[in-house]
Ligand binder design. Structure first.
Ligand code: C2E
Ligand code: MG
Ligand code: MG
Ligand code: MG
Length: 274
């Protein structure tokens, strides 16, 4: 590169790079303060029995509203917290808060919480869950940990014994975002999962695309053979629901049945549907 074109390349490149890096850096600094500043909250999305339309559980999803930056998506801040390790603290907060809120409802539906790999490798996930269960008196039998396949990539993490200990407490496990990553059938066979959550990318075209139907069918068959439930994420239409029921899928989640909402709103929804 000539000096002139190198300069041009820099000029063309830099502002964008700076924006991305700067936002990332400020989010990182601000995220550390989010807990003490009370900027975090949990929202809950119902899991539905597709036949009876009853609410059988909720998935807890973390939300962050910063004073100046506004609402920041977990798709943006969770990866940052996974890179710098803050997810261990965020995760503990999430467990405690969601058990506390859901435990106050006049209902015994299940609570599912998303858990990151780092909470297994750097945090003591077993002690953290145990502490939260004890502090909130939430029954372990109603508690479900959603984990993704990324947990199994790092073979130095002793996932199995942590899962075993949590299972002994009575907790269940869902394999989240199934089909998006490094799916291996071995995970399903070798770890104590009770549910497979099929990522919502598979539902979007299910009423028009034969291959997506075939894939969902294959997963349903396999799950059944392993004695597991399949949960379909991201259901947005009645047509999708009909197709899924036809395929034998019994549990789902999506905007059609309810968006993620505050604890108060979900408690009200439960009272109304009771
Ligand atoms: P996920 O665990 O797969 O959660 C489902 C995501 O799909 C949620 O996005 C939910 O709002 C969205 N969703 C549900 N139904 C529909 C639908 O019908 N249509 C569409 N278009 N979207 C739907 P959200 O809340 O933005 O969370 C994104 C991801 O961030 C989650 O994906 C999860 O991986 C992560 N996440 C959220 N909260 C936590 C947390 O507390 N801890 C950890 N480790 N990760 C979290
Ligand atoms: Mg999830
Ligand atoms: Mg999911
Ligand atoms: Mg997903």
């Amino acid at each position: 590169l000539s000096r002139r074109s190198a300069q041009l390349a820099c000029v063309a490149f830099r502002p964008e790079m700076n924006d991305t890096l700067q936002r990332r850096r400020s989010l990182e600094t601000e995220l550390f303060k989010s807990i003490s500043r009370n900027e975090l909250r949990m929202v809950y999305q119902p899991l539905i029995d597709l036949r009876s339309r009853e609410i059988i559980g909720v998935e807890a999803l973390l939300r962050w509203r910063h004073g100046e930056l506004g609402e920041i998506s977990p798709v943006e801040f969770i990866p940052i917290s996974e890179e710098n390790g803050f997810i261990v603290e965020l995760g503990a907060w999430t467990l405690h808060r969601s058990m506390e809120e859901v435990g106050q409802w006049d209902s015994n539906i299940n609570l599912s919480v998303n858990v990151s790999a780092l909470q297994f490798s750097r945090g003591d996930i077993v002690a953290t869950v145990e502490d939260a269960l004890k502090a909130t008196k939430f029954p372990a039998k109603r508690f479900d940990l959603e984990i993704t396949e990324s947990l199994f990539i790092d073979e130095t993490i002793d996932v199995r014994s942590s899962m075993q200990e949590l299972a002994e407490l009575g907790c269940c496990f869902s394999l989240d975002d199934f089909g998006t990553g490094y799916s291996s059938l071995a995970y399903l066979q070798n770890y104590p999962f009770s549910k497979i959550k099929l990522d919502r990318m598979f539902i979007s075209k299910v009423t028009t695309n034969k291959k997506d139907v075939a894939l969902i069918e294959a997963v349903l068959h396999m799950a059944k053979a392993f004695g597991m439930e399949t949960v379909m994420e991201g259901i947005e239409t009645e047509e999708q629901t009909e197709t899924l029921l036809g395929l034998g899928c019994r549990v789902g989640q999506g905007y059609l049945f309810g968006r993620p909402m505050s604890a108060a709103d979900l408690a009200q929804l439960l009272r109304r549907s009771a």
